[in-house]
Write a protein that binds this ligand. Structure first.
Ligand code: SIN
Length: 179
């Protein structure tokens, strides 16, 4: 079984895996349009985390695919279903490795679709940044979430300009400077 990570699953890997491949899925956009009430915020003061929205054919979301060993599938699936319980459901999508000598593969991805209770949709990037700076939950601060994600994306996909992510990161850094 393969799992695709495009948010915290890129930088917080708390499950065993046998192989890790950098690449992308197509036809989706990574967006901070999902509330987090269980990890990076609380029900009273939700944080903002990423989900995937259907985009156009040219849209790509870069991240990491993990191959889970047969013997670990049940344990890892249960762990990740619990970790991603805040509105995410599992979909099967096609993954394209960065290394074009490797072939595409089918994998699972956790998506907070528009009908889940934590989906909040669009907001101005500066307002999303304000919410992130003000939020924390049982897993830590929302600031840590976005800074780790942006740092990881620069490492794994340095040539990809993920405008939405980097614009919000820039606004977060500006707000932190002003504090
Ligand atoms: C993911 O990382 O693939 C799912 C979203 C998240 O937990 O941040």
């Amino acid at each position: 079984m393969w799992i695709f990570g495009y948010g915290s699953l890129i930088w917080k890997v708390d499950f065993p895996f046998e192989e890790k491949v950098i690449g992308c899925i197509k036809g989706y956009k990574r967006r901070f349009h999902q509330h987090s009430t269980d990890h990076r915020g609380t029900p009273e003061k939700p944080g903002r985390v990423v989900t995937l929205e259907v985009g156009c054919e040219e849209d790509e979301v870069w991240g990491v695919a993990y191959r889970i060993k047969e013997d670990d599938i049940e344990k890892v699936s249960a762990h990740l279903d619990y970790r991603e319980r805040g509105g995410y459901s599992k979909r099967t999508v096609t993954f394209y490795p960065k290394d074009s000598n490797k072939s595409s593969l089918q994998l699972h991805v956790y998506i907070g679709t528009e009908d889940n209770y934590n989906y909040v949709g669009e907001a101005h990037e500066a307002d999303i940044a304000k919410q992130i700076v003000d939020s924390a939950g049982p897993s830590g601060t929302n600031i840590e979430y976005i800074l780790n994600l942006a740092k990881s994306m620069r490492e794994i996909a340095p040539n990809i300009n993920d405008e939405h992510l980097y614009k919000i990161e820039m606004n977060v850094l500006k707000l932190l400077e002003e504090k």
